[in-house]
Write a protein that binds this ligand. Sequence first.
Ligand SMILES: [Fe+2]
Length: 268
Amino acid sequence: MIRVWRERIVFFLTTILLTILVISYEPVLIAEAQSSTPTPTPTAARSFPPVAYPNRSLSASPAQLPPLPYAYGALGKAIDAETMKLHHDAHHASYVNNLNDALKQYPDLQKRSVEALLVDLNSVPENIRAKVRNNGGGHLNHTIFWQLMSPEGGGQPSGAIAQEINQTFGSFDAFKKQFNAAGAARFGSGWVWLVRNPQNQLQIVTTANQDNPITDGLYPIMGNDLWEHAYYLKYRNRRAEYLNNWWNVVNWPQINRRNLSLGTLRER
Ligand SMILES: [Fe+2]
């Protein structure tokens, strides 16, 4: 009789134990089943400064189209109103929409800045990597670009950037010549940039498509858009003429605000 009761007690306790185990694992299994698109862990915590603005980065939760800081026709010394309207309201807006569409299944990625996504593209799932690269880059590049121009722009550079351009390139004219030549030589669509490199020097580089220099470890101080959508309505195929006229609207005070030393960038 005692043996029978002992067996019943062992059976009862075993049943309770198994029930507890099943209940405790259930949430994990549900969580895994619901998360059909797991977000990879960042492969490396690469440091990056904010580059969209002089002092803050670009949010991806959700990405938003920033307003133009002037009227469509305000940059008439270089760019016509229709081009500006299409460029901002259609092209830039589509980069924003496409980036949000790419990230909609990935709430963890939305918590990162656009800069953080672009410096660590390998941590972005492969099925959306190209979309994030192209549209995150497009959003970042154009957000920078609108700030680099002003109706009161043009003329000679001022402040610290003027001195550093002279030291690095010999003169402003020599710098403009090199910048324009690099922009004219970039085949197809892309951007021409003045960047700060890891040696703390100014350097002119170009990138393809909507790539931003931060993906290559370079900090973009200023840049010009080489896509035909930036100039074709007014200049047709005359990219060199557009590049030359663009200097009439360059916002030197803003470029000075973006001209951060490597030491300052590392502190961020
Ligand atoms: Fe553009």
